[in-house]
Design a protein around this ligand. Structure first.
Ligand code: ATP
Length: 566
């Protein structure tokens, strides 16, 4: 909330103008109606023409003042709001973007989207309905009461009582209720977004496994829960509004009664009675927004808390990085007694792993599914930091580096790659390359039959699994990098095509530090070293020939592979 307040206060000029015009609009309204009341009473006793002329001219002046000031208030308050929203959105996005992909493991995509869009959007009410209306209300009431005291201290006292009740006491009572009524409303929206996203992503599988009805029911329950919570919050907001209005009318009625009594006993000139009545009716217009104050204050607090939660929890989970830049990556990459557990998990998935990738060497990592191979790649990219031990480039550990400075040195093809709903050309991420180069790269990955203008669907759903993998490889072939990290580039690719594309990769990566994660044990003879992972431990390492001679885990794996092939 502190941060949101600081974003609002940055717009000092607009904040000042909103309050100023809000005050002028409020005073304009009070003066307009007071003047009307006075005019009606005065006209009844046939005053000289000049009195009517002046009063009518004032009426016009006040109505212009009111209209123009209200316009100014709306203009500057909305400008301050939208500028603040854009600052919050940019700030939130800047904070959250570097946390990817870690953040996407912690928060589901639907929930994250609901925070980025919905929660940020809710903060628009913070300035408009929480921050400045109390200031305007206090200023308008103070000025009006000072004016009223002059005619009737009793009516002024009633107004003071009314403003305390409508502007402070009732909203304070409603604040607690509103907190209860709107508790969990944002979480319910997050859950609904998550369920909806899951429903659409998993639609095909849900259909195939006949689970569509169950999931639909869950989705409807989430929708009902969200609507129910919204209804409760809106009910509470309306109740607050009703009490606020009732108080305003009651006070106006009391002002009328007091005025009548005072006029009857001669302590008030009857000509001012209608004016006092109109003042009372109008001045409470400014207290109406206060009825919604608790609801919007609570909504803003919850939205800000959810945004903080997304950023802070994730930042706290991660060890602090000192953020220096990696200047060169053509250096040995070392794992020293590395232990690693994923955030929020208890089971270490990498246990006391040490190895070195000499600059320009070629290494393959093999091992059973879940043995920690992909995690090694994530640690090497600095996406995660080891819990114990170090991963270092030359003499610099990844903990001392800003991880984003590692990535420009690396050609990485991780297990999951994202493809955008755009052309093949756009998905190759090589704006500076000309079409002939791009087409040539497509040939190299045996996708020459695709046109650069072919439109890919979201997540490249119109390509086969193997085609997606090879399109991912094509991205790397367009960039010369000193380090290559490949996590099963041949997954879902037939053996013959995989061998051909493998040869292209080998050629393109010659001289680079090459780190290949593979389930395929063939073609590893040319590697400088092979690392064998088992349940998070490095159980064997050496050249192909050494490992075969040793007849350990790698040898056993080869035997199993040979049996399966046979
Ligand atoms: N984001 C994550 N959060 C928590 N645990 C994870 C995460 N990613 C992987 N794991 C766990 O870490 C272990 C190692 O996973 P990893 O992906 O490194 O294995 P792998 O050897 O690459 O497997 P595969 O060959 O199937 O790709 C697994 O037990 C997995 O369940």
């Amino acid at each position: 909330m502190k941060l949101i307040r600081s974003f609002v206060l940055r717009e000092k000029r607009d904040v000042f103008l909103s309050v100023l015009f809000g005050f002028l609009a409020g005073m304009g309204a009070v003066a307009l109606f007071a003047n009307s009341g006075y005019l009606i009473s005065r006209a009844a006793i046939e005053p000289p023409l000049y009195v009517l002329t002046v009063t009518i001219a004032l009426l016009k002046l006040f109505s212009f003042t009111r209209g123009l000031s209200r316009y100014g208030e709306r203009l500057y308050s909305h400008r301050a709001t939208f500028t603040m929203l854009s600052s919050v959105r940019t700030h939130f996005f800047r904070q959250i973007a570097p946390l990817a992909p870690r953040i996407t493991h912690r928060f589901q995509s639907g929930d994250l989207l609901s925070r980025i869009v919905g929660d940020v959007e809710s903060l628009q009410n913070y300035f408009l309905r929480v921050f400045y209306p109390p200031v305007v209300m206090a200023a308008v009431f103070t000025a009006t009461i000072a004016f009223t005291v002059f005619f009737s201290p009793a009516a002024a006292a009633l107004l003071v009582g009314g403003v305390l009740l409508a502007g402070w006491i009732l909203p304070a009572i409603y604040r607690g209720r509103q907190q209860r009524a709107s508790a969990g409303i944002r979480e319910a929206r997050g859950k609904l977004s998550t369920d909806a996203a899951e429903f659409f992503y998993g639609y095909q599988d849900l259909k195939l496994f006949q689970k569509l009805d169950d999931k639909e029911e869950e989705l409807l329950e989430a929708a009902d829960s969200y609507v129910g919570k919204q209804r409760k919050a809106a009910g509470s907001r309306l109740a607050g509004l009703t009490w606020n209005q009732s108080t305003a009318f009651l006070i106006s009625w009391l002002v009328l009664v007091t005025g009548v009594v005072m006029t009857a006993n001669g302590t008030l000139d009857g000509i001012y009675l209608a004016m006092l009545m109109m003042i009372s009716l109008t001045v409470f217009e400014n207290a109406v927004p206060m009825a919604q104050y608790p609801s919007y204050a609570e909504e803003s607090r919850q939205a800000a808390a959810r945004l903080d939660e997304a950023i802070e929890e994730e930042q706290q989970e991660q060890p602090q990085r000192s953020g220096t830049a990696l200047k060169r990556a053509d250096v040995p990459i070392r794992f020293d007694a590395v232990q690693f557990t994923y955030p929020g998990e208890v089971r270490p998935v990498i246990k006391d792993v040490s190895f070195t990738l000499p600059a320009g060497s070629r290494t393959a990592v093999v091992g059973a599914s879940g043995s920690g191979k992909s995690t090694l790649a994530q640690l090497m990219l600095g996406i995660y930091l080891p819990e114990q031990g170090t991963v270092s480039y030359g003499n610099v550990s990844t903990g001392a580096l800003d991880e984003t400075t590692i990535w420009p040195h690396v050609n990485a093809q991780l297990q999951e790659q994202h493809f955008f709903a755009a052309t093949v050309r756009d998905n190759l991420f090589a704006e500076e390359a000309d079409d002939a180069d791009l087409q040539q790269v497509l040939e190299q990955v045996r996708l020459g039959y695709l046109s650069l203008d072919t439109l890919l669907e979201e997540r490249a759903a119109n390509l086969s699994g193997g085609e997606r993998r090879r399109l991912g490889t094509a991205r790397l072939l367009l960039r010369q990098k000193p380090v290559w990290i490949l996590d099963e580039p041949a997954a879902s690719v037939d053996a013959a095509t995989a061998a051909e594309v493998g040869a292209e990769i080998e050629h393109a990566s010659a001289g680079s530090t090459f780190f290949l994660i593979s389930h395929d044990l063939s073609g590893l003879e040319a590697m400088d070293q092979i690392l064998v992972m088992e349940e998070g431990r490095l159980v064997e390492s050496g050249t192909y020939q050494e490992l075969m001679r040793r007849q350990g885990s790698f040898y056993q794996m080869k035997l199993v592979e040979a049996e399966v092939v046979a």
